[in-house]
Design a protein around this ligand. Structure first.
Ligand code: AMP
Length: 153
């Protein structure tokens, strides 16, 4: 396989493949869980980014984490959803990318996550990169190259 074929794939930067912030559903730190669950259920997403009021990335929140937080001994205590804030339940320990990161870095980052947030140097939210976007590129590459003869570089 030639290095030229490889470069068609690896030339992609995170910024070329990400969903930009204005198209990403998100919640804010001080929102009640009720609002976050509404956003998640209505959008159909399993998790969304959490931002502060200046749109800096703070973490992610998932349906599972929300439901776990109101799980009582015998039932979901849904009445608690309006009292608990997003910042009590969100996952702060999430990796993030920069829009200039290369393809190989993005592939690694989505191995363990269905999506990874993208932020700038100051932490302002830029968008998300999904595993789906990465797999689409890999799929295109495999199909485009499967019938080409292998060449030594
Ligand atoms: P997908 O690759 O479309 O299946 O998305 C994987 C996950 O990425 C979803 O379950 C969401 O957690 C997140 N996601 C994808 N698109 C968006 C979006 N537009 N807004 C917020 N989260 C998203």
């Amino acid at each position: 396989m030639t290095s030229t074929k490889h470069s068609e794939l690896t030339d992609h930067k995170v910024g070329d493949l990400m969903i930009p912030s204005e198209k990403v559903a998100h919640v804010q730190l001080g929102n009640p869980l009720e609002h976050a669950l509404l956003v998640l259920v209505k959008s159909g997403y399993s998790a969304v980014p959490v931002l502060d009021i200046s749109y800096k990335l703070q973490g992610t929140i998932s349906k599972t984490a929300i439901l776990n937080s109101v799980l009582g001994l015998e039932r979901f205590e849904m009445e608690k959803l309006s009292d608990i804030k997003v910042d009590h339940v969100m996952n702060q320990n999430v990796p993030f990318l920069h829009r200039d990161d290369d393809f190989v870095t993005s592939v690694k980052s989505v191995v363990d996550f269905p999506f990874v947030c993208v932020a700038d140097e100051e932490g302002y939210f830029d968008g998300i990169l999904t595993r789906r976007a990465i797999l689409k590129q890999l799929n295109k590459y495999i199909h485009a190259n499967r019938n080409k003869p292998e060449m030594e570089s």
